[in-house]
Design a protein around this ligand. Structure first.
Ligand code: ACO
Ligand code: ZN
Length: 439
């Protein structure tokens, strides 16, 4: 859900839309055996020689846009019969984000394009999908964001090995059935279920619909636990202390990981506050998204993880959550920055937010303004201001100093390109005091 028009960040960091991701002429190839013509003996022989495909094989695969894109086979599983062609393959589209990895049928693959060189180490990888207890603990216990650039090659391989195939395909949450994006380390007894049923209020999850129905008759929550710190119209924000509501915090992490790559979870949610945004009606307060925040951050992080649930994405809630995190920083009298690395969608949302906030000020401001002043006004960390303005080419380096050059016409052009403003946070509706350790 919400992924068809998802942009991809290429290796050089630029953003591509999927439509533009594949070369136009090269991706309309016919299938070796699906053009209606009977297969020649030579083709049959070749097919039987390469089937079933090895894990690690690179081949072209027909995607949901009807075009062929390069993929790498991540895993395979046998179907009922004994034919070597009767396998399904879990593939990663090498040009796209991992959230688009999926099981495909043989007929989607163009066998003429098979590259026979199988990636090194692949043989070791196929040996077993099962996690050792140590590896499971590693995945479960660290909440710290882990991104490619922070992992050595061995840890990265380990991460990709044990998170390579989505374990849960869909979840039911409130009135939505949602397709998941990534692996999440649910307790082992849940790993044989393709679908999980979540109580939308306490976030307990179950394997069967009847269990959920029974639970809903007993569950007396109608909103997240914790304090309602913001209400404006039908929107409410709840602050949930991970220490006081441990199970809720853990459930939220399990749920969130289904949509966050390179995030690992840990059970020690005590150190975090969770800000859960809800749309409220007479049935209760329905979770739209959330962000987590460390109670004490030495790196001046004001946000650890952010998520808008897929059915609510692209409606401005992400920018609302980001704006909210900066409003909390303003109340704390601190500057803040999100924990790194940012996902592709996280980066787009932050860039859009920073651009809009900073350029709005520059447009209204008469005379010179420094990065420090901008930081004081917005609670955005100076480095983030500098990189944003640099990427917009609004910074010049003169006599050892960074100078902001803001031509109104250029500002207007950038503002237009930065997209919509998102939902506004009405600060007068925020009733909150910064976290203080209770003795
Ligand atoms: N395609 C293209 N651009 C997109 C997309 C998309 N699918 N999604 C977001 N954007 C960009 C757009 O510029 C958009 O602004 P616009 O709609 O005005 O053009 C902007 O990001 C933000 O849009 P919002 O509607 O305010 O954000 P949304 O509610 O969709 O939430 C979020 C953004 C939270 C990043 C969401 O995509 C999400 O939950 N993703 C999965 C989890 C994730 O990656 N979180 C960030 C990890 S980094 C961290 O946690 C510190
Ligand atoms: Zn419940």
């Amino acid at each position: 859900m919400g992924s068809i028009d998802t942009p991809t960040i290429t290796e050089n960091g630029s953003i591509q839309s999927h439509a533009a991701a594949a070369p136009a002429d090269d991706n309309q190839r016919p299938l070796a055996s699906s053009n209606g013509a009977p297969e020649s003996e030579a083709t049959k022989k070749r097919r039987s020689g390469i089937l079933p495909l090895e894990v690690g094989t690179r081949v072209m695969c027909r995607w949901r846009d009807g075009k062929y894109h390069p993929v790498k086979v991540i895993e395979r599983r046998k179907l009922q019969s004994t034919e070597p062609s009767d396998y399904e393959y879990y593939v990663h589209y090498t040009e796209f984000n991992r959230r688009l990895d999926e099981w495909v049928k043989l007929e989607q693959l163009d066998l003429d394009s098979v590259e026979t060189v199988v990636d090194e180490k692949v043989e070791d990888k196929v040996a077993s999908l099962k996690m050792t207890r140590h590896q499971k603990r590693k995945i479960d216990e660290t909440h710290v964001e882990v991104g490619h650039e922070e992992l050595d090659a061995a840890s990265l391989r380990e991460h990709e090995e044990f998170t390579k195939v989505k374990n849960i395909a869909t979840i039911e949450l409130g009135r939505y059935e949602i397709e998941t994006w990534y692996f999440s380390p649910f307790p082992p007894e849940y790993n044989d279920s393709l679908k999980l049923y979540f109580c939308e209020f306490c976030l307990n999850f179950m394997k069967r619909k009847e269990q959920l129905q029974r639970h809903m008759r007993k569950c007396d929550l109608k909103h997240p636990p914790g304090d309602e710190i913001y209400r404006s119209g039908t929107l409410s924000m709840f602050e949930v202390d991970g220490k006081k509501n441990k199970v809720y915090g853990q459930n939220l992490c399990y749920l969130a990981k289904l949509f966050l790559d390179h995030k690992t979870l840990y059970y020690d949610v005590d150190l975090f506050l969770f800000y859960v945004l809800c749309e409220c009606d007479d049935r209760g307060c329905h979770m739209v998204g959330y962000f987590s925040k460390e109670k004490h951050s030495e790196e001046s992080y004001n946000l650890a993880c952010i998520l808008t649930l897929p059915p609510y994405q692209r409606k401005g809630y992400g920018k609302f959550l980001i704006a909210f995190s900066y409003e909390l920083s303003k109340k704390e009298g601190k500057v803040g920055t999100p924990e790194r690395p940012l996902s592709d969608l996280g980066l787009l949302s932050y860039r859009g937010y920073w651009t809009r906030v900073l350029l709005d000020i520059l447009k209204k401001h008469k005379g010179n303004i420094s990065i420090k002043e901008l930081s004081d006004m917005t609670a955005i960390k100076a480095e983030d201001i500098l990189t944003t303005l640099q990427s917009l080419e609004l910074i010049q380096y003169r006599k050892g100093q960074h100078v902001i050059c803001a031509d109104p016409k250029v500002l207007d052009r950038h503002l237009k390109a930065a997209g919509r403003g998102g939902l506004e946070v009405d600060v007068s509706k925020l009733i909150w005091t910064p976290y203080k350790e209770q003795s």
